[in-house]
Ligand binder design. Sequence first.
Ligand SMILES: Cc1cc2nc3c(=O)[nH]c(=O)nc-3n(C[C@H](O)[C@H](O)[C@H](O)COP(=O)(O)O)c2cc1C
Length: 488
Amino acid sequence: MSIFRRKRPQTVETETAPVNTPVKLAVVYYSSTGTIAAIAQELSTVAEKAGAEVRLLKVAELAPQAAIDSNPAWAANATATADIPVATPDDIEWADAVIFGSPTRFGNITSQLKQFIDTLGGLWAEGKLADKVYSGFTSSATTHGGQESTLLALYNSVHHFGGIVVAPGYTDAAKFADGNPYGTSHVDAQGNNPVDDTTRAAARVQAERERRLSLNLTHCKTPDSTTPRCEAERARNFAAARNAEIEASIAMVEAMRAVRKARDAQIASSLAAAKAERARKFQIARNAEIEASVARVDAARARGEIVAVSDLEPIETGAINFDDLPTRVVAKPVLRSTSVMRPCRAAHYLASPLHFSTASANLDDDMKTRLDQLAVVAKACPRISIEVHGHSDGSGPVQINRSMAERRANAAIDYLVAAGVERKRLTAIGHGAMDPMMPNTNAASRAINRRVEIDIKDPVSEVAQKIMGDLAELLDPTYKPQLARLTP
Ligand SMILES: Cc1cc2nc3c(=O)[nH]c(=O)nc-3n(C[C@H](O)[C@H](O)[C@H](O)COP(=O)(O)O)c2cc1C
């Protein structure tokens, strides 16, 4: 199954729980003058070296401070072990194995250790003292001195716990030296015999045996360890292992997502760069086209050929999608080609005004020549129609001006008809003096205003111009269409 489809499990299975945690061993002791404290330290060190997780704990002192201070060895031990934590019932619940230590007191354990044991009633009631491994160690002032009875007295309580007494017995050669099969013991000769190698060897045997048998008996190593504690232990271990696996999976997915996100960002960046590069190349190519086109037109003009400016040149680089067009590119209208324009388009260039003498509608030779050219074009291009707009210079009354303007327009139309253009394609409009090209303030201006203007109507060209105008507007955000010219 893909790791991406894995969901965080809602429940934790316990069947395959690994059991590989170290034995948890509590060494709980009482010591006045340090003998038991020294043995406790030895047991802890050995067990720890053997792989156990050890808590070295002392029980609370009950004796008054004055009693402690009155005995230098007692006071010195209290100071030396001040940092040793005081045991609590939680420590016993935590432990797989417990080794209690107490000096003998008239053949029994000390009241301090007994007081601590008496705080375990709550755990006992819950069954939490059962199924653990227990043993004890002791010391006395004299040989024998109550050592065995002290340990047996301790073990009385262990039986009530439902605990498993793991006495050292004579399971090691060292035990024949200290000679106490009930537990490690030492004779201190009232402080004159410090803990020696014999006692330390016995402590080593006891610590290692306690840890090993605890592993086998209480540490849930075997699959059939069905005590509540073992099941809880297995559940805890499995949950920890499973959660670690889940966290590792999540971390892996998140890492892969991060990689994917970085890759997407890289792709987006590459695409943006490619788009910018395409736009740049497009602009260069387009500018080259424009320059070439202008050069061709200039060359054509130099040869005296007629060229048109009525069209936008097609975008030869049009393979580029409109979405890819750079917004700043301005498509300039350029001359289409150097070829001679077709006559229908050339008609527009024959349409400059014809100027008349004062109070005259007569056509001179130059006017006739141009009207002849227009007639040729009109006959060749049946789709066009021609409007002739007559104007006067405003030097007379309005009626006279209007009449003169109409006469001038009709003179041009009559000439075109005579030249073979169908009259129905021609329209005369007299404007009078209403639309002068220049203010009628002097003779030169009035001469310019005495005129007819010829307006070629080409429906195809108009449609084409509209399309190209729309296209220019689309390409050029700065494009502004020309205002329509108002006519009276
Ligand atoms: C109140 C009391 C009773 C004791 N009873 C005995 C005893 O019955 N037999 C014995 O050999 N030592 C007895 N001792 C001596 C201690 O058990 C012995 O010195 C022990 O090793 C001290 O251990 P500690 O140094 O850890 O306090 C007694 C000591 C006290 C204070």
